[in-house]
Design a protein around this ligand. Structure first.
Ligand SMILES: Cc1cc2nc3c(=O)[nH]c(=O)nc-3n(C[C@H](O)[C@H](O)[C@H](O)COP(=O)(O)OP(=O)(O)OC[C@H]3O[C@@H](n4cnc5c(N)ncnc54)[C@H](O)[C@@H]3O)c2cc1C
Length: 406
């Protein structure tokens, strides 16, 4: 029995009129393509390996690792940020800034840190007895991808690793964890308008299941879904992941408590707007259309039935809505929790130069400032925001030399 591979998948897409494209980060995004990743000599590149580690030897740069920032320090009367408080090896320190404070704690933790420091919605801060420094809509425009997976059983057994097995192989430079992605293809579609160049969803075809699908703590399924997942034979499964790219639903990040070690509440508002579930339903129809092509049918993949939706007629719209409501989950790529916008924008927290409205010398440089959802992956935009901020900051302080911020 042949295995789902690049050629077979491309042929399947071709049958339904979807073009193969070489580079979905170039002019044309709609179509099917091989998956791209940020790698350098076969190793995955991150912000740390690309930007931070190469600067370790610079004399004008002081980096403290394994330090946890608990508060942004501000002068309440002048509304000026002057440093941060952080904990390292159980000792609390303060670091003060000569020029300005830059926060890059990401879409979840940047709003948490701001709120812990009194910068946030005053009603939210009042719940946790945090004195208000600036009343701003922090955490209020949190949006991002929503994932839904369709599982298929296959006749061939894929190599199956437990997490422990996968980690052991990784330590020897082998196995699934050494690959930057185990998807076969990614395709981008607009289910509402097939002439649009902007996709509303993407599909990734996987030849096996990912480690994440098998770890309950990562997926946070309800007990009935977990019971279903526990019964699956992962070595004989493949799946297609549908990703909703531009949800209309708006979520929020709020504080659980005023203790910095408590995770904040993360609510993506999944399916608050009916339009979102409908687009994922259309994505399911698209997957079925491709899976029903002559080429892909040859693989003999059969769709796994979600028994927790048995009360609905199989394959009816109600059945798929039930599956979506049980299995859809946040898709790792988020933005907007300290959104950029003019002061009169009810959701804006930072201005066009990433400066926090109403607080001097405080900038946010990460994806929480990004005001929109993206049609592609988010990590390159995080790098882009960092690059742009560096340029703006150097210009603002009149820097011409590389090391002039020392
Ligand atoms: C499982 C997963 C898979 C992903 N896959 C992809 C992909 O394939 N392609 C893609 O483009 N994107 C992917 N993303 C998304 C991408 O990683 C993010 O969009 C991107 O990293 C966001 O960058 P950021 O700088 O805004 O925040 P982050 O990368 O989250 O950086 C924030 C940093 O701040 C630190 N921090 C937080 N709070 C504190 C504190 N209080 N004190 C000190 N430090 C703190 C964190 O440890 C972290 O290092 C994935 C995300 C996840 C979770």
């Amino acid at each position: 029995m042949p295995k789902l591979d690049l050629t077979i998948t491309y042929d399947g897409y071709k049958e339904i009129g979807v073009d193969t494209i070489e580079d979905y980060n170039a002019e044309q995004q709609i179509g099917v393509s091989e998956i791209q990743g940020l790698t350098n000599f076969g190793q995955k590149v991150s912000g740390s390996t690309a930007y931070v580690r190469p600067t370790f030897t610079r004399l004008n740069y002081n980096l403290t690792l394994k330090a946890f920032v608990t508060k942004i320090l501000t002068n309440q009367s002048t509304k000026t940020a002057y440093g941060v408080e952080f904990v390292k090896d159980r000792i609390t320190y303060q670091a003060t800034a000569r020029k300005e404070v830059i926060i890059s704690a990401g879409v979840i933790n940047t709003p948490q840190l701001l709120m812990l420091s009194g910068i946030g919605p005053s009603n939210e801060l009042a719940k946790h007895n945090i004195p208000v420094v600036a009343n701003l809509p922090v955490g209020r425009m949190f949006r991002g991808n929503v994932f839904f997976s369709l599982f298929f059983s296959v006749n061939i057994t894929a190599p199956f690793d437990t997490l422990e097995g996968a980690v052991n192989k990784f330590l020897k430079g082998q196995g699934v964890l050494t690959s930057f992605h185990n998807g076969v293809t990614v395709s981008f579609h607009n289910t509402k308008n097939n002439r649009s160049s902007i996709p509303n969803l993407s599909l990734i075809y996987y030849n096996s299941t990912t480690i994440a699908e098998r770890i309950p703590s990562l997926t946070n399924y309800t007990p009935e879904v977990q019971k279903f997942v526990d019964k699956l034979n992962f070595s004989r499964l493949v799946f297609t992941q549908i990703s909703l790219l531009h949800p209309q639903s708006i979520g929020n990040i709020t504080l659980k408590s005023n203790n910095p070690s408590d995770f904040p509440n993360i609510n993506l508002g999944i399916f608050d707007k009916d339009a979102d579930i409908e687009i994922l339903y259309e994505g399911i129809q698209k997957v079925k259309e491709i899976r029903n092509t002559k080429t892909i049918k040859m693989l003999n993949h059969s769709l796994i039935k979600y028994d927790f939706c048995d009360e609905y007629e199989y394959d009816s719209k109600d059945y798929w809505y039930c599956a979506l409501k049980h299995l859809a989950k946040p898709g790792f790529q988020w933005a907007g929790s300290t959104k950029m916008g003019p002061i009169d924008d009810p959701y804006a927290v930072v201005d066009y130069k990433l400066r926090v409205h109403g607080i001097k010398k405080l900038r946010i440089v990460d994806l929480s400032a990004m005001p929109v959802t993206l049609s592609g992956n988010y990590n390159p935009s995080a790098f882009m925001i960092g690059e742009k901020a560096a340029d703006m900051i150097k210009k603002e302080y009149g820097c011409v030399r590389k090391d002039c911020l020392s």
